[in-house]
Design a binder for this molecule. Structure first.
Ligand SMILES: NC(=O)c1ccc[n+]([C@@H]2O[C@H](COP(=O)([O-])OP(=O)(O)OC[C@H]3O[C@@H](n4cnc5c(N)ncnc54)[C@H](OP(=O)(O)O)[C@@H]3O)[C@@H](O)[C@H]2O)c1
Length: 295
């Protein structure tokens, strides 16, 4: 039996494997699915097994899984194309007869009706149709989407504004990647998580006004939340060089936040990790202490 992690060379996958090793799982009891030997080299050096496969090439998943394995499918990055990509993993997992198929999806599961969620809804349905024992890790946004490598906090500080099309006062319950990774390591390593769907997110939902206030407090520079219309935001994003389709996805996410779809705090994440989730103020402090390189 192996705990198999796809997307193992990504940031979340790497953290999950580190957590599994820290929990005492032997390195040779973990299999990393990676797109190339070079990318997997660091993990292999630690004794982790590697299987080279690509979601776009279903045949590469032949032999990736054994009967009884616990497999975690970390969603890919090709928004709009992910359901057929993930089907390659699900089909191979079914053919092997794995004991558990975990899936890192989106907060709200079938109720998440925004553009970015479509791939995740479809994937969850494919997993249910496969009849495999599943664990759905429906994740809210990473705090890093605003304070960290995904968001442009230094830019917001420089401009004195965090610009979104989120309606004033709307809230989102983020948690940093490390918290989601810790939860994934628990459900893949411990018993009792089969056929369960967890709604993972931060313990506290914050508003963009509160976020801006906290950034102001920590930097000593006035930063405000500027809420623009969807059309204005789309124009800003496209003007900054984003492809129109991706700009649309981001505008649609902010609409979902305004509709309250990412504000619930069911507490599943803190229960799984056995501690409170990391507050957004801590993520802001970490991001300010070591800003991600700006592209
Ligand atoms: N909740 C959120 O706020 C949020 C934010 C961003 C992303 N996400 C989702 O969470 C996932 C994990 O996040 P992350 O931070 O770890 O992202 P990441 O660092 O970009 O890692 C993505 C992983 O997916 C792998 N991958 C992508 N396309 C693949 C393909 N065709 N075949 C095989 N592997 C493929 C990548 O492989 P390589 O290492 O070879 O590139 C990488 O290992 C993302 O993929 C995305 O679906 C969620």
């Amino acid at each position: 039996m192996s705990i198999v992690i796809t997307g193992a060379t990504g940031q979340l996958g790497g953290m999950i494997i580190a957590d599994l090793l820290a929990a005492g799982v032997p390195a040779d009891g973990i299999t990393a699915i990676a797109r190339s030997r070079e990318k997997a080299a660091d993990l292999v050096a630690k004794g982790v097994r590697a299987h080279i496969a690509d979601y776009d090439r279903p045949e590469t998943f032949t032999g990736a899984f054994q009967s009884g394995d616990r497999v975690l499918l970390i969603s890919g990055t090709d928004v709009g194309r992910r359901a057929p990509q993930h089907a390659a993993v699900i089909d191979a997992a079914k053919a092997a007869g794995v004991a558990q198929l975990g899936y890192v999806g989106v907060f709200g599961g079938p109720k998440a009706d925004f553009l970015l969620a479509a791939d995740h809804r479809e994937t969850e349905q494919l997993i249910l149709d496969s009849g495999l024992p599943y664990t759905f890790l429906r994740s809210n946004w990473y705090s890093e989407a605003y304070a960290g490598d995904i968001g442009d906090l230094p830019g917001a500080v420089e401009r004195g504004a965090i610009v979104t099309n989120v309606a004033a006062g709307s809230r989102i319950a983020t948690a940093p990647r490390a918290d989601y990774a810790a939860a994934a390591a628990v459900v893949m390593n411990e018993d009792g998580h089969l056929n369960k769907a967890y709604e993972l997110g931060g313990d506290t939902a914050w508003s963009f006004e509160e976020f801006a206030e906290e950034v102001s407090r920590q930097t000593g520079k006035k930063v405000v939340h500027t809420s623009v219309t969807g059309a204005e935001r789309r124009a800003i994003l496209i003007g900054a060089g984003l492809p129109a389709a991706f700009a649309e996805v981001l505008v649609d996410v902010d609409d979902a936040i305004s509709r309250g779809l990412l504000s619930a705090t069911p507490g599943d994440l803190s229960r799984l990790i056995g501690r409170p989730t990391t507050p957004i103020a801590d993520s802001i402090a970490a991001a300010l202490a070591s800003p991600a390189p700006r592209s």
